[in-house]
Design a binder for this molecule. Sequence first.
Ligand code: DX5
Ligand code: ZN
Length: 216
Amino acid sequence: MKKNIVAPSLLSANFATLYNDLKMIEIAGAEWVHIDVMDGHFVPNITVGPSFVKSLRKVTKLFFDVHLMITNPEKYWLEFQKAGADLITFHSEISADKKKLIKNIKSTGIKAGVSIVPSTHISEIIKFLPYVDLALVMTVEPGFSGQFFMDEMVLKIKDLRKIIDENNYSCIIEVDGGINQKTYSVCVNAGADALVSGSYIFSSENPKIAIKSLFI
Ligand code: DX5
Ligand code: ZN
């Protein structure tokens, strides 16, 4: 069976010791790190900007999975690309021209992803599957880490997996929210390729073992 991707979310990390956390993630064998960007508008929380990404880029080669929970990604994505993002995922619920956004992001040589919040129907992601590298299914309401996994979202993962496989799309499926030792296998069995996990990893006594426990 193909090994799944684990993308620890820095939202739950201690920002005062991020360097150590990045090194811990590398040693644990995760190749990705998930960076949550929030604007206090699309979601009721504010996190980090491009300068944060730029600083981290200098000290690690981890794949930067940048999740833009912002209302106007069309205004800011390029700053994140220049700062060192490897993948930029924006939300389908925004009003900008999403096909154009995907095309622009990919034209710089990095990957593009599109995400849906729990209340959004998967048709909003299906229409972009031929163009994107990643489809992100939110399994909690975006904005905060430490919430409970919404079981009803598993059907979305299954449906997307079926469509991707039937059409031979190269797009991978990522899940984000409430992923822990109990919920990860449900997602992988449903067809998820990449698992974002924040509080489970960073609040555990041994984050390295927690990361390893999320690989099938
Ligand atoms: C929530 C973020 C997630 C969050 C996940 O809006 O997109 O990436 O950090 O945290 P956990 O794993 O604690 O649900
Ligand atoms: Zn996220």
